[in-house]
Structure formats: C-alpha cells, structure tokens
Write a protein that binds this ligand. Structure first.
Ligand code: ASP
Length: 278
C-alpha cells in the first residue's frame, strides 16, 4: 500500500510548574533523554515512539511519574497513565495504581485488550498481574528526594508524536498533584482532558493542575481547533490562556497539528520540553 510521506515529529514534556531554579536543568536533561529514546523508536511508528519516551521518563527520579512521583496526603504514591492512537481512537488508561512498575505499559495492555478504556486501583493491578505486566513493591517509586520534599509538586511527563504516515499518538504518565486526596484522578488518564489524538486533526497532551483541564476538556478542544485550521502555535498559546482565564488553571500543553507542525506553551514560569522533527 502506498501512502503520502510526512516529516515525523516527536514532542516530549516533563511537566509545567514552578520548580526551584536549581532543579530546572536536571528536569530538562531528563526530558532530552526521553526524547532520544522516543526518537529511536520512531521508525516503528508514532505509538512506539510515545511509549518509549514515556517509559524512559517514568524512570527519571526528577520527574513526577513512577520513580520520583509525588506523594498523596497519606504519603503514598498513586499513579495515572494513558495512551491514545489517533487512527481508530483507541485509548487505554489506568488510575491510582500503586504497584505497577511502568504504568504506561499497563495503559497499553488496557488499550490492546479493548474491552475497557480506564481501569483504576486494585482492579487495575489485578489486570496487570493477569496480563503479565510487571508489578513491583511501591517502595521502588520512593526516592530520598520525594521523602525529603514530599510537599513539593513534581512534574508529569508526556509525549505526542506524528509519524511518516501521518499517524498520531500520545502517552502520558503522572503521580498527579502533591497532597492529593487518596483515590483522586486528574486529567492525565482522562481522554479529552489530559490528552487527545485524532489523525487528520492533531494530537495534544497537557500538564498542570488537572482539575482545570478536566473542566474544559482542554486537549480535545485544542485538537478540534487544529483540525479546523488554527495553526499549532496559536492553539497552544490560546489553550493556556483559556485555561487561566476561564477556570483560573495553570499548566502547559504540547501538540502537533495535522500537517506535523509542533508547538508548546505554558502559563507557568517553567515547562521542560523538547522536540525533534525530521
Ligand atoms: N496533570 C497532572 C494531574 O493533575 C499533574 C501534572 O501535570 O503535573 O494529575
């Protein structure tokens, strides 16, 4: 089968927020490593690229996903992750899991199984064990830094990709917000709120205080705007303005439009992100 050739593109973020100046370079370096891993997988398509990037970022202790994730009010880690492919609009997501080594792998298993879109808590962990997705002692995710600074917010991770066949995919993984109520789900495992992908329209991933993204279904809105012709850089900056103005939300977005043009914007003082095109 022949298909038009597109210029592949991958954008990765390590979260938006107000981290101390001393940590910003470390977070940016972690994001660059995620981009490298994702880019190496790009020849296998957009979905493999976002998975490889986010899997790497889940191992970076300076970022708020899996190892190094922020703690809830009870001092525990509860992880959310999701992925979506823009062709058939397949989605897999997990929320509030405590013992899955790579939550994004479990999101993939949920997506590939296809019976459900979002599994949470103990049921999600049981599904992981049944599907042979690696589980672990929750202690694996605790770092000295998180125990020392457990009140500090970390930064979620995410990736959006557009491959040489014009296919889009997005993956996201997070510990959520610091001191969250146990059982709280944010935007990150919710399609349309924290992420969205639709081939021919675009792909978006958010980061920040999830409640604002959820109230606006912000990533779905961003993809629809790109699909209706608004250029990616304008969509990115309007999305974070809308977030601040309409619901007083803070955060950032990364996105790629239907022609493979990437963009990013945030309304916080910092967002670590990186992109590769070509
Ligand atoms: N959006 C995530 C949440 O609310 C947190 C983040 O992006 O830093 O769970």
């Amino acid at each position: 089968m022949t298909y038009p050739f597109w210029m592949p593109c991958l954008v990765v973020h390590g979260g938006a927020g107000e981290p101390p100046m001393t940590e910003r370079a470390e977070r940016q370096a972690a994001v660059e490593r995620g981009l490298e891993c994702g880019w190496r997988a790009m020849e296998r398509g957009a979905m493999e690229a976002v998975l490889a990037a986010v899997r790497q970022l889940e191992d970076e202790p300076s970022l708020n996903a899996a190892v190094g994730a922020c703690l809830n009010r009870d001092g525990e880690i509860e992880l959310d992750a999701a992925l979506m492919e823009g062709g058939e609009l397949n989605v897999g997501a997990v929320g509030a899991v405590k013992d899955v080594r790579h939550p994004v792998d479990l999101a993939r298993a949920v997506m590939e199984d296809g019976s459900h879109v979002l599994l949470t808590g103990e049921g999600a962990s049981r599904f992981a064990r049944q599907r042979g997705v690696e589980t672990c002692d929750p202690e694996v995710f605790m770092t000295d830094r998180q125990l020392r600074n457990w009140w500090e917010a970390g930064d979620t991770v995410g990736a959006v990709a557009f491959d040489d066949r014009g296919r889009t995919a997005v993956a996201v993984s997070t510990g959520g917000t610091y001191r969250k109520w146990p059982g709280r789900l944010g935007d990150s495992p919710l399609a349309g709120a924290g992420f969205y992908a639709e081939d021919g329209m675009g792909v978006a991933c958010g980061t920040g205080v999830g409640e604002g993204f959820m109230r606006l279904c912000l990533c779905h809105l961003a993809v629809m705007e790109m699909g209706h012709g608004m250029p990616a850089p304008e969509v990115a900056s309007k999305a974070v303005d809308h977030l601040a103005r309409r619901v007083g939300g803070s955060g950032g977005v990364i996105l790629i439009d239907a022609k493979g043009v990437p963009a990013a914007a945030c309304n916080t003082s910092f967002m670590s992100w990186a992109k590769r095109v070509g």
